[in-house]
Design a protein around this ligand. Structure first.
Ligand SMILES: C[S@@+](CC[C@H](N)C(=O)[O-])C[C@H]1O[C@@H](n2cnc3c(N)ncnc32)[C@H](O)[C@@H]1O
Length: 245
C-alpha cells in the first residue's frame, strides 16, 4: 500500500499507510521523540497472555464470551523495523517511549538504544477480564535514548516511574486498545522539548497525536487502518480536550 497524507494541520501530519512505507521516507535525525503504542502481540490466536476464549457468568446468571482479540494487527507484529530505523530517525539524545507487553520485552531490551527504564501505567479502574488470573492493572512502556546522555526529562529532579489514572470509559472508547489522552499528555510533557517533532508510527485512535497537539508539539502519525485515520481526524477536529480525558 502506498501511504497517503490523510490529515494535516499546523501541528499534526497523519499518514494512512504502513510503518514499512512511511518510516524510510522520514529524514535522518528529524524526530525528537518516538512516543508510541505498537501492537503487543497478545491477541488470542497465539494463545498468549492466558487468552484462551471462554465464558464468564455474570452476576445475573447470563454468560459472556471472554476473549482478547484486538485484530489481525496484534498477532505477529515485530518491533524489528522500528528498532532498525530508530538510530537514524531520532535526533541525538532523543527518546523512545514505547508501550509493550512482556512478550516483546526481549526485543526492546536488545534494541541497541540506551535503555533508561520501564514506565508503568497503574490503572485505577482496571476491568476484570479472566477468572482465575490476576486482574491486569498495569501496562509498561520502555524508555530508551539515542545516545549516552543529554536527554529531555521535564519532571524536576526526581519523579516516580508510575503514572496512576483511569482507563478510557467504555462509552468513550473508539479503539480497542485506546490510551487515555491524560497519560499520553503526561509522557509527551516529560520526554519532549517544545521544538521536538514527535513520531507515533502506530497511531490507533490518535491519543498521542491529540496530546502533542494540545501541548504545542508537532507530531507525525502513521496508521494502517483507514477507519482509525477517520477517527483521528474526527477527534482532532473537536479541539483541545479537557484535562481529564
Ligand atoms: C495498540 S494500537 C494503538 C492505540 C493508540 N495508542 C490509541 O490510543 O488509540 C496499534 C495500532 O497500530 C496499527 N498498526 C498495526 N500494524 C501497523 C503497521 N505495520 N503500520 C502502521 N500501523 C499499524 C493498528 O491498526 C492499531 O490501530
Amino acid at each position: 500500500m502506498s501511504p497517503t497524507r490523510y490529515y494535516s494541520d499546523d501541528a499534526v501530519t497523519l499518514f494512512h499507510g504502513l510503518d514499512t512505507d512511511v518510516l524510510p521516507t522520514l529524514a535522518d535525525a528529524s524526530i525528537g521523540a518516538v512516543i508510541t503504542d505498537p501492537p503487543y502481540n497478545v491477541s488470542d490466536r497465539n494463545g498468549r497472555d492466558g487468552t484462551t476464549p471462554g465464558r464468564l457468568r455474570r452476576r445475573d446468571g447470563s454468560l459472556r464470551e471472554v476473549r482478547k482479540d484486538f485484530g489481525v494487527w496484534d498477532r505477529n507484529w515485530s518491533p524489528s523495523l522500528l528498532i532498525g530505523e530508530l538510530p537514524r530517525l531520532l535526533r541525538r539524545s532523543g527518546s523512545l517511549v514505547a508501550f509493550t507487553s512482556e512478550h516483546l520485552l526481549a526485543d526492546w531490551l536488545t534494541s541497541g538504544l540506551n535503555h533508561r527504564g520501564l514506565i508503568t501505567w497503574r490503572k485505577t479502574n482496571p476491568p476484570p477480564q479472566f477468572p482465575k488470573l490476576y486482574v491486569r492493572s498495569t501496562e509498561w512502556a520502555v524508555w530508551q535514548v539515542n545516545g549516552p546522555g543529554g536527554w529531555v526529562f521535564n519532571a524536576g529532579g526526581y519523579r516516580p516511574d508510575c503514572y496512576d489514572g483511569p482507563i478510557v470509559p467504555a462509552a468513550e472508547r473508539v479503539h480497542p486498545t485506546q490510551k487515555p489522552v491524560w497519560l499520553m499528555r503526561a509522557i509527551v510533557a516529560v520526554h519532549t522539548a517544545p521544538e521536538d517533532v514527535v513520531l507515533d508510527p502506530y497511531a490507533g485512535s490518535g491519543s498521542t497525536l491529540l496530546a502533542c497537539r494540545d501541548l504545542g508539539r508537532r507530531v507525525i502519525g502513521v496508521e494502517a487502518d483507514e477507519r482509525y485515520c477517520e477517527v483521528i481526524a474526527s477527534r482532532l477536529s473537536q479541539g483541545v480536550l479537557p484535562l481529564g480525558a
